[in-house]
Design a protein around this ligand. Sequence first.
Ligand code: ADP
Ligand code: MG
Length: 293
Amino acid sequence: ATPTALLVGTGRGAQLGILIKGPEVLESTRTVDTVVLDKTGTITSGQMSLRDVITAHSATRADALRYAGALEDYSEHPIARAIAAAAREELSSLPGVEQFENLAGLGVRGEVNGTFAMVGRPAMLADSGMTLPPALTEATRAAERQGLTAVAVAWDGSARGVLVVGDSVKPESAAAIRRMRELGLRTIMLTGDNETTARAIGSNVGIDDVIAGVMPEDKASTITQLQQEGRTVAMVGDGVNDAAALAQSDLGIAMGSGTDVAIHASDLTLIRPDLSAAVDAIRLSRRTLRTIK
Ligand code: ADP
Ligand code: MG
């Protein structure tokens, strides 16, 4: 292998707004045939906003926002930021929280004004014996079919509200995914979000496959499984949850707008944080390899 070709690849990367960890990165990347893409913050903007609040058991919108907002104020998750911001805007103040707990990939819980409350995946509440009343299940399904995410809020032993949040697909995503497919790459969305929401967004951007409902600790083993099937995998992600999967993949690509952990775990960082830069990165690593051979 000629180090010169590798250095040229690195320099061209800089011109394209792609930071390459070291020349050996391009060398160690064999021909990628599969691209795994995180959803929130990678395909979509990651800037979530609160779209709707649906309540049950005579709870009001303000009640739901008070309990959910108080808990989410302690979390950094994009869903949490959307809910806490809306709660702060609509309510004059948020109650204090004790015994706060963050359950990665599930939600948050704690005592709000001495009352136990939780917000998260509807399935997490159901697992705690708080089944959603039919009106809330209906609202959840309707939101998910539109590519939105519904989280449920419970207090006083019952699920009493659903908060619908969503962000939008980045303008470059669909075209970039089309270019990946034109390069012969199989495109797969990997997300912790539910199947219905993920599929709605996936079909919007023309992705080949969707792997949804994956817990943060299982994202890396999903990559391993694809590799065991004989695939050479590039992974594009931005979150803390993506770090292990980025490290496991043959070519880890982090969004420059992403978390430090994700950037650290990756081989490449996209300064221009959209998927068209990811296509450039994959083409660059292929071209560099051709030069070396
Ligand atoms: P993603 O792959 O989109 O980053 P996560 O693994 O972080 O997903 O979360 C998966 C799901 O867990 C979310 O779609 C949501 O239903 C739930 N969840 C995680 N964190 C929170 C939170 N802070 N508040 C409410 N729900 C949450
Ligand atoms: Mg993400």
